[in-house]
Design a protein around this ligand. Structure first.
Ligand SMILES: CC(C)(COP(=O)(O)OP(=O)(O)OC[C@H]1O[C@@H](n2cnc3c(N)ncnc32)[C@H](O)[C@@H]1OP(=O)(O)O)[C@@H](O)C(=O)NCCC(=O)NCCS
Length: 183
């Protein structure tokens, strides 16, 4: 059931496509996070709430990788608004020039996941780069759990730098915040 990444079809989805793509996003989330769904923060209900919040922001976009009619993984994000809560949750103080948002400056990558059979095939990287291609923002930011150093190392290989820790919600883990320039 594994696939070469060049066999993937990459499709983009905007907020008008949400009803169509929501079941795919949700099913893959539930599969990939199956062992954490009993933690309230990682439950499917909270995923759906976060998704609704992210989609409500202008500029939300997802890329799903398809192997035939099977969805193998996806990435999605939206631009940070002015005075973004993203930076307000930093546990590490950052200079104002780094956290200043205009609504067009920074893409927040909220989810990236690939189903287990398609890991280590390059599919995750292709999906990720497809989302970033043709985005108008200057930079992209994401969160990674510090207890997952191999994922953090992967993002460093993809061009991200660690800019400090944050806790986005009181019941969320403390995350490492990463930032990469675009264009
Ligand atoms: C992150 C992801 C998209 C990367 O896919 P990929 O480019 O094919 O890379 P891999 O799956 O080989 O992951 C790279 C390394 O991180 C490890 N890793 C991946 N996800 C992990 C997780 N959730 N927890 C702990 N380690 C993880 C892998 O085991 C691998 O280490 P290894 O080389 O020693 O086996 C994919 O691993 C995934 O979907 N993971 C689960 C969801 C997730 O953690 N998303 C990232 C949120 S920031």
């Amino acid at each position: 059931m594994t696939a070469a990444p060049d066999a993937l079809t990459l499709r983009r989805y905007g907020r008008d496509d949400l009803d169509n793509v929501r079941p795919t996003l949700t099913d893959l989330y539930a599969e990939v996070y199956a062992d954490r769904l009993s933690d309230p923060f990682f439950s499917v209900e909270r995923f759906q709430e976060r998704l609704d919040g992210h989609v409500s922001r202008p500029g939300w976009e997802a890329v799903v990788g398809w192997d035939g009619d099977q969805a193998v993984g996806y990435a999605y994000g939206s631009p940070l608004p002015e005075r973004a809560r993203w930076w307000a949750g930093m546990l590490t103080p950052l200079p104002e020039e780094l956290t200043h948002e205009t609504g067009q400056r920074t893409l927040a990558l909220f989810e990236l996941l690939v189903r287990a059979p398609w890991r280590k095939t390059g599919s995750a990287h292709r999906i990720h780069e497809e989302l970033l291609t043709s985005r108008p923002e200057e930079r992209v930011t994401l969160l990674v759990e510090p207890t997952h150093p191999k994922v953090k190392a992967l993002y460093e290989r993809w061009g991200y730098d660690n800019v400090g820790d944050q806790q986005p919600f009181p019941d969320a883990p403390v995350y490492t915040t990463m930032l990469r320039q675009l264009g």
